[in-house]
Design a protein around this ligand. Structure first.
Ligand code: 4AD
Ligand code: MG
Length: 461
């Protein structure tokens, strides 16, 4: 079998030759003694038209095929200069690999994304989702390529952990205890020492703390894996299971961190525009008008930079437009993030130096004693796409912060060790992979960029 992608890419080689392709029927139309089948094999965004005649020995069966059926077609590839597609196959043989029942849900009409979410096992066979998931795959590849070309080591951090990196308490517990008969301590609390790992464990919210240990050995590392958050936020940007890319760089500060984040995002944009032109054109035309021009511009211009304090000064002037009014000390909500990037700066923007109270324990305290060396990257249409920081590298300051927040010192011994044995300035960030896919495709709901989304109240398939 030849991939339809090959036919398009190496047209000259295949024209006037007999080829065999395998794919699924997108549409079928028949007249008295001939007909057309549009077949898509998933390898290329453009479908392929098959012409068949009653010379086929199974003409009657082919004519009755339903949309969705799997077929293997052999025939001559001929140029069709008049048509939208550059060529078609004149079928000599159509083998019916698998029939499709007449109630196939994806008939040739437009379906809403909401409806398609209810058939997540079939939606990758539609144009939009074919494009989304090929681009998702390409973005993943571009990210690895970016870091590997720069000699970063890919570290596989654990999914089951005993710690809460972000300190937000939004964890999914992992346990083998019998829920109907929980072991109890003398005080009546659940006795996790009887659990599988001899302690309470959860799915990781971030690979950062483990990642940092490898940065202190390899200098530059990145993680790329699933993370889990039991956030009770039923929004278009939150998933309970999402993927995160977390680079960590040693002998580097917040500025180096931002330079890395900016060049990574630009690299991904360029890679996808270059390697998925058909899909990007589709998004540009049908999902988000002007997407290609905007992304091209982003790849060619500088991101804006503003401190949290400056951002608050700007936003306070527009408080009448917000549901939540901001003032210094408040965390930025999506509406504020989007206002900054869409209305004020009109491009991606780094917001730095947040109040320490609203950020995680590991961030480096600034000279002012009030703010930390944190950075969020905000992009139009989404808001926060990246969260990062320079890490506290001073043993005493870090220990003080751990105590101040009432964290269990014993759990962070390994983390403190990094500050005890050859502590080095270091920084890193987390890119939300799904938000990145949304940004590049213009898709506006995170549920439509994850193959099988998990969100509050939803864990289908
Ligand atoms: O800002 P966050 O919480 O940062 C961290 O986890 C750090 N440990 C990263 C680091 O410095 N190594 O999360 C990072 C990014 C966010 O900017 C967002 O894009 C994404 O992860 N994210 C989510 N994406 C989808 N659904 C959720 N529930 C998300 N929570 C965070
Ligand atoms: Mg964040």
């Amino acid at each position: 079998l030849v991939n339809i992608r090959d036919l398009y890419r190496n047209k000259e080689q295949y024209l006037e030759q007999t080829v065999t392709i395998g794919g699924w029927v997108r549409s079928i139309r028949s007249s008295k003694n001939f007909g057309f089948i549009v077949v898509n094999d998933g390898t290329f965004f453009e479908p392929l038209q098959i012409v068949y005649h009653d010379a086929l020995e199974n003409f009657a069966a082919v004519e009755k095929l339903n949309v969705g059926a799997a077929v293997i077609v052999t025939g001559k590839l001929v140029a069709t200069p008049q048509a939208k597609q550059p060529f078609e196959i004149q079928a000599e043989e159509v083998v019916i690999e698998g029939e499709s029942a007449p109630d196939y849900p994806l008939q040739k009409k437009r379906h809403t994304f909401e409806y398609l979410r209810t058939i997540s096992h079939l939606r990758p066979r539609t144009n939009t989702f074919e494009a989304v998931f090929r681009v998702r795959s390409l973005i993943a590849y571009a990210i690895h390529k970016f870091f590997q070309e720069r000699d970063f080591v890919y570290v596989h951090t654990p999914l089951i952990t005993g710690s809460d990196c972000e300190g937000a308490g939004e964890m999914f517990r992992v346990t083998t205890l019998d829920m109907d008969n929980l072991p109890r301590t003398e005080e009546g609390k659940v006795d996790f020492s009887k659990d599988f790992f001899g302690k309470s464990t959860n799915l990781t919210v971030s690979g950062q703390l483990n990642g940092e240990t490898y940065a202190m050995a390899f200098k530059n590392i990145y993680t790329f894996g699933p993370t889990f958050r039991a956030e009770n936020s039923n929004t278009t940007r939150h998933a309970a299971e999402f993927w995160m890319i977390e680079p960590e760089i040693a002998f580097a500060d917040l500025n180096d961190d931002m330079i890395l984040a900016e060049s990574m995002l630009k690299y991904i944009i360029r890679y996808v525009l270059e390697n998925a032109p058909e899909e990007m054109q589709f998004f540009n035309n049908f999902v988000d008008k002007g997407l290609i021009d905007r992304l091209t511009h982003v790849a060619e211009s500088e991101f804006a930079r503003v401190t949290y304090t400056e951002a608050i000064e700007i936003l306070e002037k527009h408080n009448d437009k917000f549901d939540y009014k901001v003032s210094w000390g408040a965390d930025l909500q999506t509406e504020h993030e989007r206002y900054l990037t869409e209305e004020i700066f009109k491009r991606p923007v780094f917001v730095t130096d947040y109040p320490k109270e609203i950020k995680a324990f590991y961030m480096k305290l600034n000279e002012d004693g009030k703010t930390v060396a944190a950075v969020d990257c905000l992009v139009p249409g989404i808001g926060e796409i990246i969260g990062g920081s320079q890490r506290e590298d001073d043993y005493d300051k870090l220990l003080e912060r751990i105590k101040e927040l009432g964290l269990n010192e014993e759990d962070y011994k390994f983390y403190l060790d990094l500050r005890k044995y050859g502590s080095a300035r270091h920084a890193g960030f987390g890119l939300g992979f799904e938000r990145c896919v949304m940004y590049l495709t213009g898709m506006s709901n995170i549920r439509d960029v994850v193959p099988f989304p998990r969100t509050v109240g939803n864990c289908e398939l």
